[in-house]
Design a protein around this ligand. Structure first.
Ligand code: FES
Ligand SMILES: [Fe+2]
Length: 436
């Protein structure tokens, strides 16, 4: 457990808050490319507590500017997308994607040059289906050469979902490998042949056992955590019968992403991004190391569970996440359906808008969470000038590739080699350049 002051320090992300200043040093997902299609590519975005609007101008370039018009504050989410920018419906002021005011058509001639007015704007870069924004000071950093960015567009699918809780508890479920044996327990294994696009439904590499069975039958893992140049590597070992070990290598990518295996074919890189301190979005890039992603199927699977335009989950607190006691007795540990995202959503939303960490009792299996909070506090101290540590991934990006990310069953004596080999073999057969 930690003090209230420490909890505030690591959870609050509005402008000027220490953790918010750390997150602002990195590119943050702001919207899916899917949201900026159509005749009027304009979408309201709230990010790190800042109310903004994202649009594409006539040249197709994205711009992210303050939500309120610099004239008298009208809501630019209702703006007219025309004439090389976004025009406020109130008095017609025209703003370009860099925040410059190009026209004030109702003002008499000679009443002052429109171009002197500039509103807040942030750089935006589009990567494989996600528009990333940089809300920090100075020049933005580059992008690390992670698999999800290196892979061609044909091999990546992007999606998002809204969770009603603080970003940190959302991230912490992703660096807690022990919960998968309980929260995501299925009492009946499905045919791994039907696993496409779904987490934990494949077999582990080197085995015919469904991942769901391994997780269910070996619920007490050994978890090892190492610091890396991108964040943390978590190696989770489930020692099985007959001299075999299940090895799952997952990653925390600083500051607010994880990279985990989904199946033998795909990984998930997932950011947990604050909307404000009590709401966040997860953004995922599903990356295929084999065939092109079946985007239509992946989208259809996920749109069944989400409501547009805000990507809010259909199962949520207001309908008890679809909880069914009969299902809980016979099919799933939660009784909340087969989509593991709903299970995670229930776990993190049930903690309250911001988890009260003054009352938690961490165990040995929470080692990833403990190590991550240490990294975040170090980064906060660094920005406050009290530490000479450097922020992960802001400099030295060139060496960051991969990361290795596997789920394999191997003889206990050789699990380390087997985990590396499984990852290398997948990369060697990959149709795009996937070094690690
Ligand atoms: S408030 Fe936008 S133009 Fe007047
Ligand atoms: Fe989970």
């Amino acid at each position: 457990m930690i003090s209230q002051e420490q909890n505030d320090l690591i959870t609050r992300t509005g402008p000027g808050r220490p953790a918010g200043e750390v997150l602002r040093r990195y590119w943050m997902p702001a919207a899916l490319s899917d949201e900026l299609h159509g005749d009027r590519p304009v979408v309201p975005v709230t990010l790190l507590g800042e109310r903004l609007v994202l649009f594409r101008d006539a040249s197709g370039q994205p711009g992210l500017i303050a939500r309120h018009c610099p004239h008298r504050g009208a809501d630019l989410a209702f703006g007219r997308c025309e004439d090389g920018g976004l025009r406020c419906p109130f008095h017609g002021w025209l703003l370009d994607r860099t925040g410059r005011c190009l026209e004030q058509p109702g003002e008499p001639a000679g009443s002052g040059p429109a171009r002197q007015i500039r509103t807040t704007s942030y750089p935006v870069v589009e990567k494989n289906g996600i528009l990333f924004a940089y809300l920090g000071p100075g020049d933005p950093p580059g992008f690390p050469a992670l698999d999800c960015f290196r892979a061609p567009a044909t091999h990546v699918f992007a999606f998002k979902g809204l969770w009603e809780c603080n970003w940190l508890q959302a991230l912490e479920v992703g660096i807690d490998p022990a919960h998968a044996s309980f929260l995501h327990r299925f009492l009946v294994d499905e045919d791994p042949g039907d696993s496409y696009g779904r987490q934990f439904r494949d077999t582990s590499a080197g085995s015919t056992l469904p991942m769901t069975r391994v997780l269910r039958e070996y619920p007490c893992p050994e978890i090892r955590v190492e610091e890396t140049d991108y964040g943390l590597r978590l190696t989770t070992l489930r020692h099985m019968e007959d001299g075999l070990t299940h090895v799952r290598v997952t990653n925390q990518i600083f500051p607010c992403a994880i990279c985990i295996p989904m199946s033998r074919e795909m990984t998930i890189t997932q950011w947990h991004v604050p909307v404000d301190d009590e709401t966040c979005y997860w953004y995922s890039l599903f990356t295929s190391f084999d065939k092109p992603v079946n985007r239509e199927l992946m989208r259809e699977q996920r749109l069944k569970e989400h409501r547009l335009p805000d990507y809010a989950p259909v199962r949520n607190r207001s309908n008890d996440y679809g909880f069914d006691p009969h299902e809980q007795a016979t099919l799933t540990w939660t009784g909340m359906g087969l989509d593991i995202n709903v299970h995670d959503q229930w776990a993190v939303e049930g903690m309250g808008p911001i988890q009260d960490r003054t009352r938690e009792h961490l165990g040995r299996t929470d080692v990833g969470i403990i190590r991550y909070r240490r990294l975040l506090r170090t980064a906060i101290r660094f920005l406050a000038g009290e530490s000479d540590a450097s922020l992960p991934m802001v400099g030295g990006l060139d060496d960051i590739v991969g990361p290795a990310c596997t789920d394999v069953i191997a003889p206990t004596g050789t699990w380390q080699d087997a985990a590396l080999t499984a990852d290398r073999e997948r990369r060697a057969g990959c149709p795009w350049d996937a070094p690690v």
